[in-house]
Design a protein around this ligand. Structure first.
Ligand code: ZN
Length: 130
């Protein structure tokens, strides 16, 4: 297993991590990779990663689900209920194919880390599925 470390830059952030993931493919991995992040306030998605699209993810995260509050998690002095909901909804794990050390992705597909409660240091585990 390999571990990638990413420093997110703001409360909400979206970073293209495709090249970092490709560089971290374990030598002994098979053709299927499991990418997972052990945090409860980030997500991993496959999406276009042009700057306007990344800003659109951030704009969405600022609005949804904030307007559905108040949230009970807030009552225990935890202000990040929205971030947990976003993380759970988008997901913290991806299965991605690889061939000979290259990720198998569509033309516009990139692997994007979404941050909902930053800035923080985040990690992504990259491991082969056997
Ligand atoms: Zn919390």
């Amino acid at each position: 297993m390999s571990v990638i470390t990413i420093d997110t830059r703001a409360t909400w952030d979206a970073q293209d991590v495709t090249d970092l993931v490709a560089a971290a493919i374990p030598d002994d991995a098979g053709n299927t990779l499991l990418l997972s992040t052990p945090h409860t306030t980030v997500a991993l998605v496959v999406a276009p990663a042009d700057e306007p699209m990344l800003r659109d993810f951030i704009r969405l995260a600022k609005r949804w689900p904030a307007d559905l509050g108040p949230f009970e998690h807030w009552l225990e002095d935890n202000p990040n209920a929205e971030a947990h909901i976003q993380s759970a909804a988008f997901g913290t794990r991806l299965l991605v194919s690889q061939e000979e050390g290259s990720l198998v992705l569509g033309t516009y597909q990139r692997i994007v880390l979404l941050e909902f409660d930053g800035p923080r240091t985040r990690t992504i585990d990259v491991r082969g599925v056997t």
